[in-house]
Design a binder for this molecule. Structure first.
Ligand SMILES: NC(=O)c1ccc[n+]([C@@H]2O[C@H](COP(=O)([O-])OP(=O)(O)OC[C@H]3O[C@@H](n4cnc5c(N)ncnc54)[C@H](O)[C@@H]3O)[C@@H](O)[C@H]2O)c1
Ligand SMILES: O=P(O)(O)OC[C@H](O)CO
Length: 489
């Protein structure tokens, strides 16, 4: 019951003060959609004539409804889904060349940011209120002087370019470590990659080099965007140049075929256990990011301060960043969605309809959920941006390489033929084989092939043991069973 209802619709003095206080608070932070909405609802539930002491029927002018609808859309990008401790970071309107954090500079566990959160009242995971204030506010906070941020992005493919653009647009000195002098020259002189998204101009402040020592030696954060299957070999070649304690943010999605490990495992193997790692995932096509199309991602880390720092650093007007502690959930979603996208592409290649596609993708998400829960992920991470969200983007959007790979399989080409003609990586292909091996190795249970029919079926088709149509018939002829993925495999 609201305060007005308690007082029979007549506002009390205390109620007016409380409302005024709330109004001021919500004006201070226009991005706090929850409070703004609460305020509007409260105001709308107030008789319009309360100042005159008379009650009039409540009215909802069309403009107010439009306003509410706009706020609801904003909420999609701003609400703190407290169940998973996701936190939207308000885009800063200034460039961020400095950020205060403990990574690489002060010792691990420094409580500066915790204190700042407490002071600024922002919500920290776990429920306490805090407010993301953006780079300008960050650099004007009291406390020890901030340190200059320099980012190095490893991997000059589509996603490396996209993430370099994101941070460079925020005013952060950004170096792209590439493998070829020609690519470096093209980026430095023409501000374009010669082959990947060559129609898109990169921010002029992105500098490219092939020199590992100069690129990595003074980086304060490193972003890794090298495809999973090349990662181990690549990291071995650069490990000696990466200073201790510098955190690494991985943006690669998949499972390594040789070790059956996720990116978190490979990074720890190659760059050590002591460093902090974070993982970026979610529906985020490189081209759309470079074109400035609104994108929402999640950054997960066991070290939530690192996730917070990176989110503050990267969030911008067209790039929303949520945070999470659920690294395994993020990694399972990122790996499995590419395999589901291959299945979705096959479905389209076979000329099947929307019913089949929707059923397949939904059942695929169920397999993702079953595996995620088994490996320790939170179910709500699987239903979030990095799980179901990325699956939607990859299965239904036109840009996905994995979906295109599946489409060509459905049209009758073999995996080898498609691979040979592709210049970009479809991570789901190798990950599909690795996933099945990993499930057999790590998930104890009877008839795992029946518990993960789509994941097992895609691997069989990629390996050439089954045709796409046979795989689909197999799925349709499954024995009747519960629509339930909640139990452990
Ligand atoms: N492209 C996207 O839209 C997108 C979005 C989100 C995540 N990702 C993920 O980012 C990661 C990188 O994908 P991408 O799209 O940038 O790749 P890409 O297909 O655009 O480019 C391939 C990359 O692999 C590198 N490469 C090729 N052979 C190599 C080798 N032997 N050693 C080291 N590097 C080698 C190339 O230099 C290039 O950087 C993948 O895990 C992908 O799933 C991509
Ligand atoms: O083009 P894909 O299939 O590798 O997908 C790219 C991204 O993972 C989409 O979020």
């Amino acid at each position: 019951m609201t305060m007005h209802q308690q007082s029979g619709g007549r506002p009390t003095e205390a109620g007016s003060e409380a409302r005024e206080e709330r109004r001021q608070r919500s004006r201070r932070d226009v991005f706090d959609g929850v409070e703004t909405t609460e305020l509007l609802i409260e105001e709308r539930s107030q008789p319009l004539s309360h100042k005159a002491g008379r009650r009039r029927p409540m009215t909802y002018p069309a403009s107010s409804l439009r306003h509410l609808a706009m706020i609801a859309i904003l909420l999609l990008f701003t609400i703190d889904t407290s169940v998973e401790a996701f936190t939207f970071v308000k885009p800063s309107r200034s460039s961020a060349v400095h950020i205060r954090g403990h990574h690489g500079i002060t010792k691990r566990g420094d409580s500066i940011r915790g204190l700042e959160c407490a002071r600024s009242g922002r919500r920290i995971p776990g429920g306490t209120r805090r407010r993301a204030s953006g780079a300008l506010a960050m650099s004007s906070r009291s406390g020890p002087p901030p340190f200059p941020v320099r980012i190095t992005v490893m991997g000059g493919g589509n996603f490396g370019l996209a993430l370099a653009s994101v941070v460079a647009k925020r005013g952060v000195p950004t170096t792209l470590l590439v493998r070829s002098d020609d690519v470096a020259r093209s980026i430095n002189e023409k501000h374009r990659h010669p082959t990947y998204m060559s129609d898109i101009a990169l921010p002029r402040t992105v500098r490219a080099t092939t020199n590992k020592a100069s690129a990595l030696g003074d980086a304060t954060y490193i972003i890794h965007a090298v495809p999973v299957q090349y990662t181990r070999q690549f990291l071995r070649s650069v490990a000696e140049y990466i200073p201790p304690n510098v955190p690494v943010l991985s943006a690669s999605k998949g499972i390594e075929t040789s070790s059956l490990g996720f990116m978190a495992d490979i990074l720890r193997d190659c760059l050590g256990e002591d460093r902090s790692y974070a993982f970026l995932s979610g529906p985020s096509f490189a081209r759309e990011i470079c074109e400035g199309v609104a994108t929402a991602v999640v950054i997960a880390s066991e070290d939530i301060m690192l996730a917070d720092d990176l989110a503050e650093l990267m969030a911008g007007e067209d790039f929303a960043v949520f945070t999470s502690r659920d690294v395994i959930g993020i990694e399972v979603g990122g790996a499995v969605k590419n395999v589901i996208a291959i299945a979705a592409g096959m479905c389209e290649g076979l000329g099947l309809g929307t019913n089949a596609l929707s059923g397949l993708v939904t059942r695929g998400c169920g397999e993702m959920r079953r595996l995620g829960i088994y490996l320790g992920a939170r179910p709500s991470t699987i239903s979030g941006l990095s799980g179901v969200g990325d699956t939607f983007g990859t299965c239904f959007g036109p840009l996905s390489r994995n979906r295109q790979f599946g489409y060509r399989l459905g049209r009758g080409e073999t995996a080898e033929e498609i691979r040979a003609s592709m210049t970009e990586v479809a991570e789901g292909v190798d990950t599909s084989i690795a996933l099945v091996k990993m499930i057999k190795e790590r998930c104890k249970g009877y008839r795992l092939d029946l518990k993960y029919p789509i994941l097992f079926g895609v691997a069989e088709i990629i390996e050439g043991n089954m045709k796409p149509l046979e795989g689909l018939k197999g799925l349709m002829n499954f024995p009747t069973r519960m629509e339930n993925y909640d139990e452990r495999a």
